[in-house]
Design a protein around this ligand. Structure first.
Ligand code: PPS
Length: 322
């Protein structure tokens, strides 16, 4: 596998990047992905949006060592990753709530590819290399960019997806909390034009979906977690071969409730003192199923819906985004 880089020439990006703070974005495409067991005939992976930092780390990404006892949580950003990580970590660690509260999720479950988009305190690939096994790894990498060894080692992986309109709103607030200075309208338009980190969004979700025959990957949806968390928890326990009593499962669901996670310093990301957060922008923001109904204009909703239709010529795929 190798990577191909393309500059973004879209005027929406070029003309606004200084004002929005979207510096040095670049599209990166993985080539020679024959190892990926995807069920899309003649699949050509899309180029995904990163920053020019990608160049610096491409060898580390390609050559990353993967272990059979790794546990990965993968997603497009803002899809419920953190929620899933906390659930998976606890299920795999005998529901050790004390240990979960004692150490930040960031340390327990490092984000391997963050160095591709931000200047992290420590190179994120190095951080994962230095993590004791069994490792818990968060990634937003699309299927085409997973490290080469992933496909031979096949570590257990949970992929979580979320409705595109919820993702758009959550992603806007998240970016604003860190660096973004544009309006929600500019953000939504740029999200639709696939110029936010890890975009294109639909390809990200569809490509993981098309790995559904891989027994090492479990597919979840944020919406299912909201509607029936105990059912999702049971599914995840089964996937990891774990069994807990009803009272233990009830305690886990309470721990994973939005109210509880929002106040939990080990996973609410409010310890990130180096990141200036805009007033009121909390990582655990709303945690709702469809807050986009109040936060997007009817025009933005229409644009996002048309975009989903345009990106899902296969009707079966369209159902993934309902
Ligand atoms: S990131 O930055 O990509 O890792 O973000 P991610 O964790 O994927 O998504 C953050 C959104 O998930 C919501 N969240 C929750 N919702 C319900 N219940 C629980 N326990 C929970 N934990 C996190 C979080 O609030 C973000 O969504 P929004 O819509 O912005 O509130």
């Amino acid at each position: 596998m190798s990577f191909e880089y393309t500059e973004i020439t879209d005027p929406l990006y070029v003309d606004n990047k200084e004002q929005t703070g979207e510096d040095d974005y670049i599209m990166v495409r993985a080539k020679e992905c024959g190892d990926v067991p995807i069920s899309i005939p003649n699949w050509q992976p899309a180029a995904h949006c990163y920053t020019t930092r990608f160049h610096r780390h491409e060898k580390e990404l390609l050559e990353m060592e993967v272990f059979p006892d790794d546990v990965w949580v993968a997603s497009y950003p803002k899809s419920g990753t953190t929620w899933c990580q906390e659930m998976v970590w606890l299920i795999c660690n005998d529901l050790n709530f004390e240990a979960a509260r004692a150490e930040s999720l960031r340390t327990r479950f490092p984000f391997v590819d963050v160095s591709l988009i931000h200047d992290a305190q420590m190179n994120s690939f190095e951080r994962v290399r230095n993590t004791a096994r069994p490792r818990f790894i968060k990634t937003h990498l699309p299927v085409s960019m997973l490290p080469k060894q992933y496909w031979t080692v096949k570590p257990k992986t949970v992929y979580v997806k979320r409705n595109p309109k919820s993702v758009a709103v959550s992603y806007y607030h998240h970016s604003r909390g860190i660096f973004y200075r544009g309006t929600i309208d500019t953000f939504v338009r740029s999200f639709i034009r696939e110029h936010q980190f890890y975009s294109p969004y639909h390809a990200h979700v569809i490509e993981y979906h098309e790995l559904r025959d891989c027994s090492n990957i479990l597919h979840l949806a944020y919406e299912d977690m909201k509607r029936d968390l105990p059912a999702v928890v049971r599914k995840v326990c089964q996937f990891f071969g774990k069994s807990y009593s009803e009272p233990q499962l009830a305690e886990l669901c309470e721990h994973l409730s939005f109210r509880s996670m929002r106040e939990n310093k080990a996973c609410n990301y409010e310890d990130q003192s180096n990141v200036p957060r805009e007033a009121g922008e909390r990582f655990m923001r709303k945690g709702e199923l469809a807050s986009w109904k109040q936060e997007l204009t009817s025009e933005q909703i229409k644009m996002l819906d048309q975009w989903t239709v345009a990106n899902t010529p296969n009707i079966e795929h369209r159902k993934l985004f309902e």
